[in-house]
Design a protein around this ligand. Structure first.
Ligand code: FUC
Length: 817
């Protein structure tokens, strides 16, 4: 049996996975994640639940990273030394302000499902433990794929004249991972299902076709439970010692759910035993037909995924009167396995390369949907997927770039709802973060440093180059304000965003230090991630503080907060060193003093925060030119996430070709066969950050206009994108040909002017509303101001109008027919 050919973007392979990190395929519903290997004689499905963590309460030495006995005067001592000497080594600062990290913990794998398929003896027993049964002898037409539109992983092949098909998905509405094992001949589905667990405390029991894994982590006594119910259609089902066996069925379905007693509530971080919840969830799903589970999952996923479609490809010959020539999909590309597509990728002009880029874009959106849904923790360094009890960087929440980057694409690419876990997580850091601010700094407000956990680790450890970053709290609040800017939800601003922003700003009002050299307000000690010496007023510190004070002041004005507080913010902003300085070799300075080394290629480009994600620096200014000099010096290499950030920087500099060059480098050198980003190792921020960068190439709105195709590379002469979002509540579709927009569709979320900037506006074009009517517009050069009404659609088309619709008009400046 071959699997049905999906018209959706799909990752395809012609062999089972043998390696978790580089080959297995991820499915997820935010809380649950699973990695599908697709073995023939033995299938492995490794699974996770996002809250299963060691560390925190119950764990040895857990103290939120707050020094048990704060050393009074240590912070003042560091400030005084920096005032006197200008700099201090990270080691010297860590010796005074750091502390050994204890009770931090790490994100844990939950378990594995193993399907042994004795129908296929000739293919079983081959392959290592990782993939298990990966041999495909006696099998034809093997296909393994991940359909991004349906959010379904499939494995299909023919063996002994019987077509076999397995489908897996992780349903958000059902809160379960579902698998269906089927064959094209009745009575040919037979398998044994087992569950294993990497934690010594986990025990598996079996009853009535249900495997239950239950235990507690030795480290912190966190309780965990997973249940999987097998439902066979035809044939027989029998419980065995630690397994369930199905024989001679027409098909069979399993549903898996898992949970822990974690709760995101400070200070205990524990809630109910997971048993009742997991049992009820599995009972409910097991009592629902596969078709209904699948339909509910499909509707839920497509509602998010289908909002944005990017096509990079040739234009089909259009009918002369067709106002929106269809773009021929990259279907000109034959169906090549994704690993080969990636291996052959150069970033050159081939249609296959465009297809991979569009697939990578779709995949990043898929990955965010799969790893971040309402009701769970946010996407961590690996989203929700982890197979190791000691994952890299604990698979934690790094907040000196990584967590923030995970969510850059959410607003831009129509996935704002997926950021609910981020928003809730950031709010959950306020209570422990207040304690850290009080104990470590003696100030109001809240703080968090380089990295954190689900247990509110808001203090410090003592790794000299990555322990001190109190700016993280302020940076984390940027997304909250951006959600308001994109969607205009005033009650969200008032209730969810502003209280968290306000306290992050208050921390800085209390913490800023007067630089004795020039009287400006600076962060001190200040450390540009993960780089150089400590000093006062490093560029990133100042830019982030500028950002949080500016955003909080704007929000305070919008909400009419206390005038005295507004005056305090305005006064601090007036005295703040803005952290944007041009240095001796034309670079944007990373530090207040001109210490930058032109030969430095460090992966962090923290001093360009003001360019992206910040908006303090605008393309076309001397500061933007200096940012370009810094970027060129840092080079095009780096870790996966570093390259992803560079795509965004180049896009903000309106240099589409360099943005594309960076994307090409990421796809060539920092992307694995399963299209996961690699630092190395696998880290999801690069996947998600690259999508944000690609979106910035196509649409920007950080500087007061809806800028259409601001950084279109020569490599993308033709294409279309639908559903991108701009600040001000505008949804944008655009089609382009020969490097120029032919049609822009704007859907207004609010009543008021929309300022659209596009090269096409400077030439002949026309504007209509959905009914063919004429909206009020004004134009100056390449900026068109549309007098928009909420809910209305406006269509801007390039070129001379052919059939003039009744009521349509030429806007000012376009040549007469
Ligand atoms: C930051 C980066 C590292 C890595 C880690 C998880 O500290 O500097 O490269 O991505 O996060």
């Amino acid at each position: 049996m071959t699997t049905p050919q999906s018209p959706d973007p799909t990752l395809r392979y012609d062999a089972p996975a043998t390696d978790w990190e580089t080959q297995a395929l991820p499915i997820g519903n935010g809380a649950l994640g699973a990695m599908v290997f697709g073995g023939v004689g033995r299938e492995r499905i490794q699974f996770n639940e996002k809250s299963l963590w060691t560390g925190g309460p119950g764990s040895e030495g857990h103290d939120h990273g707050n020094r048990a006995r704060p050393r009074p005067g240590a912070l003042a001592e560091v400030r005084a030394r920096i005032d006197a000497e200008g700099r201090m080594s990270p080691e010297a600062v860590a010796a005074l302000l750091g502390q050994p990290r204890r009770g931090y913990g790490a994100y844990q794998p939950f378990g594995d499902l193993w399907l042994d398929l004795p129908e296929l003896p000739e293919a079983s027993g081959v392959g290592g433990v990782a993939g298990g049964g990966t041999g495909t002898a006696g099998v034809s037409g093997y296909r393994r794929e991940l359909d991004l539109g349906e959010a379904v992983a499939r494995v299909g092949y023919t063996a002994g004249g019987v077509g076999h098909l397995r489908e897996y998905f992780a349903s958000h509405p059902g809160d379960v991972v579902v698998g269906r094992i089927s064959a094209d001949r009745p009575g040919r589905v037979s398998f044994t299902l087992r569950m294993s667990c990497p934690h010594p405390g986990g025990r598996v029991t079996v009853s009535a076709g249900r495997l239950t894994l239950r235990g507690a982590l030795a480290d912190n006594r966190m309780r965990f439970e997973a249940q999987v119910q097998v439902v066979a259609c035809g044939g027989t089902r029998a419980d065995g010692a630690g397994h369930v066996t199905v024989e001679g069925a027409d098909s069979a379905v399993f549903v898996l759910s898992a949970g822990t007693d974690y709760a995101d509530v400070h200070p205990g971080y524990r809630g109910d035993d997971p048993r009742a919840r997991v049992t009820a969830t599995v009972d409910e799903a097991a009592g629902t037909s596969y078709e209904r589970l699948r339909a509910a999952h499909r509707a839920d996923h497509r509602e998010l995924f289908d909002r944005v479609v990017l096509t990079l490809g040739r234009r089909a010959p259009a009918a002369p009167e067709d106002p929106d020539p269809a773009i021929e999909a990259a279907s000109v590309v034959p169906v090549v396995p994704t690993d080969r597509l990636r291996a052959a990728y150069t970033g050159g002009p081939s249609a296959a390369d465009r297809a991979l880029e569009a697939l990578f874009f779709a995949y990043g959106r898929y990955l965010l949907i799969a790893s971040s849904r309402r009701g769970s923790l946010p996407a961590n360094l690996q989203g929700v997927w982890n197979d190791s009890t000691t994952p890299p960087w604990s698979a934690d929440y790094h907040v000196n770039i990584n967590l923030q980057m995970n969510y850059w694409l959410a607003e831009q690419t129509g996935l704002a709802e997926t950021a609910e876990p981020y928003d809730r997580f950031v709010a959950s850091l306020v209570a422990p973060g207040r304690e850290s601010a009080r104990r470590m700094f003696g100030v109001r407000g809240w703080v968090v440093h380089d990295e954190t956990t689900p247990f509110g680790f808001t203090g410090v450890h003592d790794w000299p180059t990555a322990f001190w970053f109190p700016e993280a709290a302020a940076w984390l609040t940027r997304r909250l304000y951006e959600h308001y800017l994109f969607g205009g939800d005033l009650s969200y601003l008032r209730e969810a965003a502003y209280p968290v922003m306000r306290e992050a700003a208050v921390f800085w009002l209390d913490t800023l230090h007067v630089d004795p050299r020039d009287g400006t307000l600076v962060a001190s000690p200040s450390y540009s991630p993960e780089h150089g010496d400590f000093s006062a007023g490093a560029a990133m510190s100042q830019q982030i503080v500028f950002d949080v004070l500016t955003n909080t002041l704007e929000a305070a004005r919008t909400l009419g907060d206390d005038p005295a507080f507004r005056a305090e913010l305005a006064d601090a902003l007036a005295r703040l060193d803005p952290g944007v300085r041009i240095g001796s070799w034309g670079q944007l300075q990373e530090w207040k003093d001109d210490w930058d080394d032109p030969g430095d290629t460090h992966r962090h480009l923290s001093h360009l925060y003001a360019l992206h994600p910040g908006s303090q620096v605008t393309a076309g200014t001397p500061e933007a030119e200096a940012a370009r000099v810094s970027l060129v010096a840092r080079g095009d290499g780096g870790t996966g996430w570093s390259k992803a950030w560079k795509i965004g920087f180049w896009a903000r500099l309106l240099d589409g070709d360099h943005a594309h060059l960076t994307l090409a480098g990421q796809l060539r050198d920092s992307t694995l066969d399963n299209l996961w980003d690699t630092h190395p190792p696998f880290q999801i921020d690069g996947n998600l950050g690259a999508v944000a960068g690609m979106a910035e190439m196509l649409l920007q709105s950080a500087h007061g206009t809806v800028h259409v195709l601001p950084a279109l590379p020569a490599a993308w002469p033709d294409g279309s994108v639908t559903g991108l979002r701009a600040r001000g509540g505008v949804t944008v579709d655009v089609s382009w040909t020969g490097g120029a927009a032919t049609r822009i569709v704007l859907r207004a979320g609010a009543t008021g002017p929309i300022r659209v900037r596009a090269a096409m506006i400077a030439g002949p074009h026309r504007v209509r509303d959905a009914a063919g009517g004429t909206p009020g517009t004004t134009r100056a050069e390449d900026v068109l101001v549309v007098d928009a009404r909420a809910g209305e659609t406006y269509i801007v088309t390039a070129g001379e109008s052919r059939a003039v619709t009744a009521g349509a008009h030429r806007v000012d400046g376009s040549p007469a027919a």
